[in-house]
Design a protein around this ligand. Structure first.
Ligand code: H79
Length: 434
C-alpha cells in the first residue's frame, strides 16, 4: 500500500506545484516556537495605510479608477499625517486586547511606508512628512510588547519591471516594460531592509501572487525569497495570501474574509492545512480608509468572529484603515475598546487555547487549555446542549463568569448539559474541568 501511495503523492504535488516539488523545508526550532506563540496570541490588528488613504476610497483606487500611476504618485508630496502618533496606535491595539499588528509596509500601489534605499517612492524621501512610519511604529511596538508583522505586496501597479502585467492594474498607464530580475532584486532588497532595520519581526505577510493567476508557470522565486527571510530572522513567520494551499517555506496559512473551511467571500476555496491559521477581516467593508464606508459590523459580530476563529484554531487579524491625518476612525477606536473590555473578562478562554474541533455546532464553538474545556455558546434558544465528548471525562461544569454550577450528565455518546437559564450574553462561556 505504502509503495503505491508515494508515486501518487509525487504525481499530485508535481502537477499542482511544479516549481516547489523538489524543495523540502525544515523549520528551525525558533521558528516552531514562534508558531506556537503566534497561535497563543489569537488576535491581531491589521493596518492598511498609505497615500491611497488620502483619497478616502480604499487601497485599490489606483486600479479601480484606472488612474495614471505617475499622477497618483504625486499624492506622496502632499502626505503630511499631522496626527500620526505611533504610541497612540499601539495603545489602541493593546486596549483591544490584540497582541500584534500587521501593517502594510508597501501595498499594490508601490508606495513604501518606510525609508528605503531602493526606491525614493517612500514615506521619508517622497513626502513632506519625512518620517519613517514603520520605524516609529516598530519602536513603539517593541516598547509596549506588541509583535509587529509586515504586509508586503508582491504585485506593483506602478513599476515597469513588474512584468508581465497581471490581471489587475492594467489601466495605470505603464508604457514601457522592464526586467523581472530588477523587480525581484528590488523586493528582496526591501525585505532585507525590513528585516534588518526594525528589530524582531513576527511575520512577513505577502499578497498579490493571485495577480499572475493567468500564467500558472509564472516563477515568483518564492523559495529563494523565503530562504532569505528565514536566514535573516529564523523566527519570522512567512505567510502568503495567495488563496491556495501553502507552499513549502510558509509557516502559517492565511484566509481572507472567511473562517478556514468556509468560502462565503469567494477567495478561500483552498483546503485547510496543518499550519497555524489566520483569517483577516474588515470592521466595515474596506481595508484602506474609505470615508463613505460607515457599514461597521457590530462589536458583537466582531467578538463572535474572534471566538469562531479560535474555535477553528485560527487567529483573527482585524483591520483598521486610519484616516489620512493618521488617526484611527472614531468608530474603530470605540469597537476596539469594546473588544478589549470583553477580552479583559473572557481572555482566558481565548488566548493560549486550541480549538476542540468536532462536528460543526450551530450554537458555537469549544476551545481548550490544559485541563479546561471552554464551551462558547454564541446562539442558543434552548437550555439543553449536547457535546459528543467521549474521550475526556468531565469532572465539573460551571459558568466561566461567576463559577455557578451547571447540571450535566455524561454517557457513552457525550455530555448533556442543562443550563440554569437561557443564554443572553454575547458569548455564554461554560468551563468544564476535564
Ligand atoms: O490588502 C487587502 C486587499 O487590498 C487585498 N488583500 C487584502 C488583505 C486584496 N483585495 N482583493 N484581493 C486581495 C483579492 C482580489 C481578488 C480579485 Fe481577482 C482581483 C478578484 C478580481 C480581481 C484574483 C485576481 C481573482 C481574480 C483575479
Amino acid at each position: 500500500m505504502k509503495k503505491t501511495l508515494l508515486p501518487i503523492f509525487f504525481t499530485i504535488s508535481t502537477l499542482f506545484s511544479p516549481l516547489y516539488a523538489q524543495y523540502s523545508y525544515q523549520p528551525t526550532e525558533e521558528n516552531l516556537k514562534a508558531r506556537q506563540e503566534f497561535q497563543d496570541n489569537k488576535f491581531g490588528i491589521f493596518i492598511h495605510w498609505g497615500i491611497y488613504s488620502m483619497m478616502g476610497d480604499g487601497e485599490w483606487i489606483l486600479h479601480n479608477k484606472n488612474l495614471n500611476h505617475k499622477e497618483y504618485e504625486t499624492l506622496a508630496s502632499a502626505f503630511y499625517p499631522s496626527k500620526f502618533n505611533a504610541a497612540e496606535w499601539v495603545s489602541y491595539v493593546k486596549a483591544a486586547g490584540a497582541k500584534y499588528i500587521c501593517i502594510t509596509s508597501r501595498h499594490h500601489d508601490g508606495f513604501s511606508l518606510f525609508h528605503s534605499k531602493y526606491s525614493p517612492y517612500n514615506a521619508v524621501d517622497a513626502t513632506p512628512f519625512g518620517r519613517d512610519i514603520l520605524k516609529e511604529l516598530a519602536d513603539e511596538c517593541h516598547k509596549q510588547g506588541i509583535k509587529l508583522h509586515f504586509y508586503y505586496s508582491h504585485l506593483d501597479w506602478g513599476r515597469d519591471d513588474y512584468t508581465p502585467l497581471g490581471r489587475t492594474g492594467r489601466g495605470t498607464g505603464r508604457t514601457t516594460q522592464g526586467e523581472w530580475k530588477t523587480y525581484y532584486e528590488f523586493m528582496n532588497n526591501q525585505l532585507i531592509e525590513l528585516l534588518t532595520n526594525y528589530g524582531s519581526i513576527g511575520a512577513i505577510w505577502f499578497d498579490g501572487v493571485w495577480d499572475q493567476d493567468a500564467s500558472p508557470n509564472f516563477d515568483w522565486g518564492l523559495e529563494e525569497q523565503y530562504k532569505l527571510i528565514h536566514s535573516l530572522q529564523p523566527s519570522c513567520l512567512v505567510a502568503n495570501n495567495h488563496h491556495v494551499v501553502p507552499f513549502p517555506g510558509e509557516d502559517i496559512q492565511i484566509f481572507e474574509r472567511d473562517l478556514p473551511g468556509e468560502n462565503k467571500a469567494g477567495l478561500s476555496g483552498q483546503e485547510v492545512s496543518r499550519l497555524p491559521l489566520e483569517t483577516c477581516e474588515t470592521m466595515n467593508r474596506t481595508w484602506g480608509y474609505r470615508m463613505h464606508d460607515t457599514a461597521y459590523k457590530s462589536t458583537k459580530t466582531l467578538i463572535h468572529y474572534l471566538v469562531k476563529a479560535a474555535g477553528k484554531n485560527a487567529n483573527l487579524l482585524l483591520n483598521v484603515g486610519p484616516r489620512p491625518n493618521g488617526e484611527f476612525p472614531d468608530k474603530a477606536v470605540e469597537q476596539l475598546k469594546e473588544m478589549g473590555e470583553w477580552l479583559n473578562e473572557y481572555g482566558e478562554t481565548i488566548y493560549g487555547t486550541r480549538a476542540e474541533l468536532g462536528p460543526p455546532r450551530d450554537w458555537g464553538v469549544c476551545t481548550h487549555k490544559s485541563n479546561k474545556l471552554y464551551v462558547h455558546i454564541l446562539q442558543l434558544n434552548d437550555k439543553g446542549l449536547f457535546i459528543p465528548l467521549t474521550e475526556k471525562k468531565v469532572k465539573k461544569v460551571v459558568y466561566f463568569i461567576g463559577k455557578q454550577h451547571v447540571k450535566y450528565r455524561q454517557d457513552e455518546n457525550g455530555i448533556w448539559i442543562t443550563l440554569n437559564q437561557l443564554p443572553t450574553e454575547i458569548d455564554c462561556v461554560l468551563e468544564l474541568d476535564i
